[in-house]
Design a protein around this ligand. Sequence first.
Ligand SMILES: *Cc1c(COP(=O)(O)O)cnc(C)c1O
Length: 476
Amino acid sequence: MGEAPFGPLLEDPEEMRRSGYEVVDAIVERWTHLRDGPAWRGATRDHLEPLLHGPAPEEGRDLDDLLDTISKDVMPFAGRIDHPRFLAFIPSSPTWASVLASFLIAGHNVFQGTWLESSGPSQIEVTVLDWFREWLGYPEGGSGVLTSGGSAANLLAIVAAREAAGNLERGTIYLSEQAHGSVARAARVAGIHPERTRLVEADDVCRIVPDSLRAAIRRDRAAGMHPFLVVGSAGTTNTGAIDPLAELADIAREEELWYHVDAAYGGFAVLDPEVGPLMAGLEHSDSVTLDPHKWFFQPYETGCLMVRDPVLLERAFRIAPDYLQDAEWGPRHVNFCDRGVQLTRIFRALRVWLSVQRYGLGAHRAAISRAIALASGAEARIRELGELELLAPQSLGIVCFRYRGGGGVPDEELDDLNRRIQDEIVNSGFAMMSSTQLQGRLSLRFCILNVRTTADDLARTLDRIVSVGRRLAGRG
Ligand SMILES: *Cc1c(COP(=O)(O)O)cnc(C)c1O
């Protein structure tokens, strides 16, 4: 007897096609009816374990049954990040081309650690990074590496800065109290003691105060510390505030510090002709974190660290073991494993490349500008409604506000009231929103990013906040 044509882990080509089309249909169906379902749904383990927990089966099961389980019992219990009224945290709405690219990447299973194993894909990454370089206004030669996300990019930046500074024993770093939590975590991972991670105060619109930064650096130098890194934010996660990037660049230059800008949320807004100029100074940084999986419409785990001088990045991360000696193609042929902590890497750049090639950069820029305009429209409506109160000026796609009522609700009850409004709206599935703290007050917060979100979605969500607020405050 000859060998069976397909081992148990290989499927017949016809079956691959059939089940593949089925998965495509399921995804297209989901995208077509996103608006009809809830923006968020969650469940406890008590609910989920009876449905999903059990031993690994010894024998394989029917694929259609399994796909059914996934679509009925797994996927519904999750935030629908790309729902038009998912306005919480920082949403994401990947393009179809980028999703197709993800499937292609998985199906080809490219190993993108070295040029030897992935010349074509590595060239695409070089090209995509060069697009980013140009958009940021970095000089020729600037480049970077695609990462799993902004947190990973911030970690790479801190380590690159630390290595460039000579691995100082008393090295201190400076970031705004409004900086994303991943920066402080990256510092901890990089071995920078929390006592040497300085949180610099932010002003009443959440921008770092340059004078306080200067004072902190001088104080530390006088005390024998070694300042080596300042981190700015180009779009804080909290309110979208853009730090005074040019002033930070001046300070970094005068003080001879590495200047990193965390632009994970807002960086791609440089493409907007009006907001772009507000980011002047970004081009003087040594490194920038970008998150294409946020405001550049890519699927999750598409992040990026850009650096002015990739040699410094490679100096921080390159290890040349004997078993990779065949992988040296010379300096023009990047081994992306030398620019971070991942050896085995997926081909993320294909998503961005296919998306930009398919729809054009103009369509991406227009989608960013549109989100900013929607946020500005939401701010105008909040002012109009009277019963709502802005807690920070709208910046980029973020609007922070709360229900205040007609004046009859005591101040000390507003936090609790807004929390209850949020809970009710989130649990109803109508919209997903998150809250934050601003000047000691609970703030509701919209982050508008999705290409599907309309002015009507925002107006209806605001109206609902007012009507729920009135009822809970006992006024209607
Ligand atoms: C989201 C975000 C991060 C973290 O990025 P991940 O992709 O979630 O790891 C870092 N900084 C800022 C400003 C962010 O908004």
